[in-house]
Design a protein around this ligand. Structure first.
Ligand code: AVI
Length: 325
């Protein structure tokens, strides 16, 4: 697997951005930490664990959908050659299912996984390898820089994968903006397969984000550990409690860490303490949920036509195939 790194050294001010964002988030009247900071090595490992627990149905349901459509998709698209572009690489298991389907259907595939993390890219390279009919070029870049790089190289029809309901971590306004930018970076006739977690029984949602094994709690607390390790913070992880709940007004799961006592947390890097009232929350993440009508509206408003919605037997999740019009 070839890896093209589009991130220049001077652009990678990751550590400073982290410090600045944490300072701003903990100084705000309603404290927050951006969910994008979940995924350091430990956080990515914990997320992998979450995807394997019974309560977190999303990965399992999406995998079953992709398994079902593995051979359907190549027949529907009827292409001899395809460039499959994946935004945000996971461990490669889902994309591998689809790639195998195209290869078995006699289609030549070039696979371009795009991710900001070179570490994630290296890991992916251990799970998916070049073989006859398949060439892989990992692109280390943000999504749109990566897409523009691929579109300059690509002479074939493209299928963009944005799986896992990653779109649910954007707020409603930003998801539309994101999909419009995605459309703008594609040629007419290109395809996108986008994973959406559907609205459902609140108890099912609630269990998924408060899993019985406690991995979601550790995943959230890992953000405080990151601040301790990287910025010299003094968070006592036992004095914060994970709280995940469904907000039906916004149609989203929300996750918080709640301070169990009144406390001052000194952070070395900033040379100062941050005060927490007893039971004061830090907001961490939104995971928006969708109706089929939301998906239809998003496609229409961003310049795509729906080819087909693929769902699982419980209708928990939809992978929606779109064509750029
Ligand atoms: C990556 N993302 C789609 C996950 C979600 O369901 O929002 C992240 C996650 N947060 C808690 N559990 C999983």
């Amino acid at each position: 697997m070839k890896i093209s790194n589009l991130i220049e050294d001077h652009q990678w001010a990751g550590e400073d951005t982290f410090a600045t964002d944490i300072h701003a988030g903990l100084s705000a009247p309603i404290k927050s930490i951006s969910a994008k900071y979940f995924y350091d090595d430990r956080g990515s490992e914990l997320f992998q664990k979450i995807t394997q627990v019974e309560d977190y149905y999303l990965t399992r349901k999406e995998y079953s959908i992709l398994n079902d459509i593995q051979s359907v998709l190549p027949r529907k698209l009827k292409l001899k050659e395809i460039d499959i572009v994946e935004l945000g690489v996971g461990d490669g298991h889902k994309s591998r299912l689809l790639i195998d389907g195209f290869l078995e259907g006699g289609c030549q595939v070039k696979f371009y996984p795009i991710d900001i993390s070179s570490k994630a890219m290296e890991l992916l390279g251990t799970n998916i390898r070049d073989r006859p009919g398949l060439e892989i070029e990992g692109v280390v870049a943000d999504y749109f820089a990566g897409l523009s790089y691929v579109s300059k190289k690509s002479k074939r029809n493209q299928l963009v994968l944005f799986l896992g309901s990653n779109i649910g971590n954007f707020d409603r306004g930003f998801s539309l903006e994101f999909l419009r930018s995605l459309r703008a970076s594609l040629d007419k006739g290109a395809y996108a397969l986008i994973g959406f977690d559907l609205k459902k029984d609140v108890r099912v949602l609630s269990k998924a984000y408060n899993d019985g094994e406690g991995y979601t709690e550790q995943f959230n607390l890992n953000l405080l550990r990151r601040i301790n390790n990287e910025l010299g913070g003094s968070f006592d992880l036992d004095s914060f409690q994970h709280h995940g709940f469904y907000n039906p007004r916004l149609g989203t799961m929300e996750s918080y860490l709640v301070s169990l006592k009144s406390q001052d947390i000194f952070i070395d890097r900033f040379g100062k303490s941050f005060h927490f009232e007893e039971f004061e929350p830090i907001h961490l993440e939104y995971s928006f949920k969708f109706l089929e009508s939301d998906i239809n509206r998003l496609a229409e408003q961003s310049g795509f036509r729906i080819v087909e919605h693929f769902s699982d037997s419980d209708r928990y999740f939809i992978d929606s195939l779109w064509e750029a019009v």
